[in-house]
Design a protein around this ligand. Structure first.
Ligand SMILES: Nc1nc2c(ncn2[C@@H]2O[C@H](COP(=O)(O)OP(=O)(O)OP(=O)(O)O)[C@@H](O)[C@H]2O)c(=O)[nH]1
Length: 399
C-alpha cells in the first residue's frame, strides 16, 4: 500500500510481441514484493498466462478479447476480487498487444477500481527493431498528422487504421517507455527510436533493455503517473471517449474495438496429433504472410516426453522445450498433476499432448494456414526422419 492508501498498479502495454510477458517474467523473478498479475491475451488461448504461471500462483488470465473494450467488465470484476483478497503488494496488468493503455488506466483513476488501487506507472514496451518501420513506414501517415488528426476524427464502420497509430497512442500515454530488444539493433537505431519517442512523448522516462531486464523499481515505483497531464494527451481523450461509447460523426454508436479498428485478427489451430518435426521446421522457415505474432505449444512426432513452446514475433521465430507432457509421466504422478490442474484439457487417448497454435495478424489467409498445419500432422508412431529441434531446456531452434 502507498501513501494514499491504495495498492499500487503498473499497467504494461506494448505492441504484439514487443516483450511484455518477458518483462513480466523478469519482474516476477526479481521484484522485492508480492505481485498479483493479470494477463490479457487476445487469442482464445492464453499462452502468456501459462508461461508466467510457472513463476507464481497469483496469475489471473483474461482471454479471447481485449481488456480495453470487450473484456472491460471482466477486468473490473477481477481487480475487485483481487482487492478483496489483499494477498499482494502490487498489481501488474499486462494488456494484450492491441490494447490502448488509456481505457485500462481509467479503470484505476476514475472507474470502479479507483478506491482500492492507486495507478503508479503506465509502461509501454517497445520493440526497437520494428518500431520505426511500423510507425513511419508503409501506409502510416506522419506522426504529427496522427496526433492532429485524432480528436475530431470520424471513423466509419469497416475502416481500419494503421497499426502504427496504435503504437503512437501506446507511447503517448506512457510514463515509462521500455526500449526493448536493444540486442537486435545498433546504438544508432536505438538513438533514432529514442528521438522519435521523445518527439511523441517528452515527459516519459526512457529505459533501454534486453529481454525485459530492468531494475524492477523503474516499472513499479516510478510514481510518474499523473492524471492531469496524461488526460490532456490526444491518445487519452480519444481512447476514453471511445470507451465511454461516444457517438461518431455519422450518428451511429461507435464501439471501440481495437481488433476491428486496426484490422487485427486471430485464430487458433488445434490438433490431437503430432507435427512432423522436419515439415514443421520448413513451415517456420517459410512462414505465412500477414502473421504478426504467433505462439503456442506443440507436440512433435517422436517426442512424447517433451512439449515445445513456439514463439514468433515479426521476423523472429523460435522453438524451445517447454516442459514435460503430463501424459508422459508415470501413472501416480499423472494423477497428482491432474488433481493439481483440474482445468487441464485432457484427452482420453493422448492426455495433454496436443498442438495449439495462436496466429495473430493482418490479412492472413486462415484457410491456407490451417491447411498447411494440418498437412504436417502425422500418426503418433510415425517414423521421424529429421528432428532439428533441441531436446535440452537451454537450447533454442531459430528459423
Ligand atoms: N532478441 C530479443 N528477443 C526478445 C527480447 N525480449 C523478448 N524477446 C522475444 O520476443 C518474443 C516475444 O516476447 P513476449 O515477451 O512474449 O512478447 P509480448 O509483448 O508479451 O507478446 P504478446 O503478449 O503476444 O503481445 C519472445 O520470443 C521473446 O523471447 C529481447 O530483448 N531481445
Amino acid at each position: 500500500m502507498n501513501a494514499s492508501g491504495g495498492t499500487p498498479v503498473t499497467v504494461l502495454s506494448g505492441a504484439l510481441g514487443a516483450g511484455k510477458t518477458t518483462t513480466l517474467d523478469h519482474l516476477l523473478t526479481n521484484a522485492d514484493r508480492r505481485l498479483a498479475v493479470l494477463v490479457n491475451d487476445m487469442g482464445e488461448v492464453n499462452i502468456d498466462a501459462e508461461l508466467v504461471a510457472n513463476r507464481t500462483g497469483n496469475v489471473t488470465e483474461l482471454s479471447n478479447g481485449c481488456i480495453c473494450c470487450d473484456l472491460r467488465d471482466d477486468l473490473e470484476v477481477e481487480v475487485s476480487r483481487l482487492a478483496r483478497e489483499r494477498e499482494f503488494d502490487h498489481l501488474v496488468v499486462e494488456s494484450s498487444g492491441i490494447s490502448e493503455p488509456a481505457p485500462v488506466a481509467s479503470l484505476f483513476t476514475t472507474g470502479a477500481a479507483s478506491a482500492p488501487y492507486d495507478l503508479d506507472t503506465l509502461v509501454t514496451v517497445v520493440d526497437v527493431s520494428t518500431f520505426r518501420g511500423t510507425v513511419e513506414g508503409g501506409e502510416t501517415v506522419e506522426t504529427d498528422a496522427v496526433a492532429r488528426d485524432r480528436p475530431g476524427r470520424v471513423e466509419r464502420e469497416g475502416e481500419t487504421r494503421p497499426l502504427g497509430e496504435l503504437l503512437v497512442a501506446q507511447v503517448e500515454t506512457a510514463d515509462v517507455v521500455l526500449l526493448n530488444k536493444c540486442d537486435l539493433v545498433g546504438d544508432d537505431e536505438v538513438d533514432a527510436v529514442e528521438d522519435l519517442i521523445r518527439s511523441l512523448n517528452p515527459r516519459a522516462n526512457l529505459v533501454r533493455s534486453e529481454h525485459g531486464r530492468v531494475e524492477p523499481a523503474e516499472l513499479l515505483d516510478s510514481g510518474r503517473f499523473d492524471l492531469d497531464t496524461v488526460s490532456e494527451t490526444d491518445a487519452w481523450k480519444h481512447a476514453v471517449a471511445h470507451a465511454e461509447g461516444e457517438f461518431d460523426g455519422e450518428g451511429g454508436h461507435d464501439h471501440h474495438d481495437p481488433a476491428t479498428e486496426y484490422g487485427v485478427e486471430s485464430f487458433v489451430v488445434r490438433a490431437r496429433r503430432p507435427l512432423d518435426p522436419g515439415a514443421f521446421a520448413d513451415f517456420l522457415r517459410d512462414f505465412p504472410e500477414g502473421v504478426i505474432r504467433s505462439k503456442g505449444i506443440v507436440w512433435l512426432a517422436g517426442e512424447d516426453e517433451h512439449s515445445y513452446h513456439v514463439e514468433q514475433a515479426g521476423p523472429s521465430r523460435r522453438v524451445e522445450v517447454h516442459g514435460r507432457w503430463i501424459a508422459g509421466l508415470e501413472e501416480s504422478r499423472q494423477e497428482m498433476q491432474r488433481r493439481m490442474h483440474p482445468d487441464l484439457d485432457w484427452d482420453e487417448e493422448h492426455g495433454d499432448r496436443r498442438v495449439e497454435l495462436v496466429f495473430i495478424g493482418k490479412g492472413m489467409d486462415e484457410a491456407e494456414i490451417r491447411e498447411r498445419v494440418e498437412s504436417m500432422l502425422v500418426d503418433p508412431d510415425a517414423v521421424v526422419t529429421a528432428h532439428p529441434f533441441p531436446t535440452e531446456a537451454d537450447e533454442t531452434f531459430v528459423a
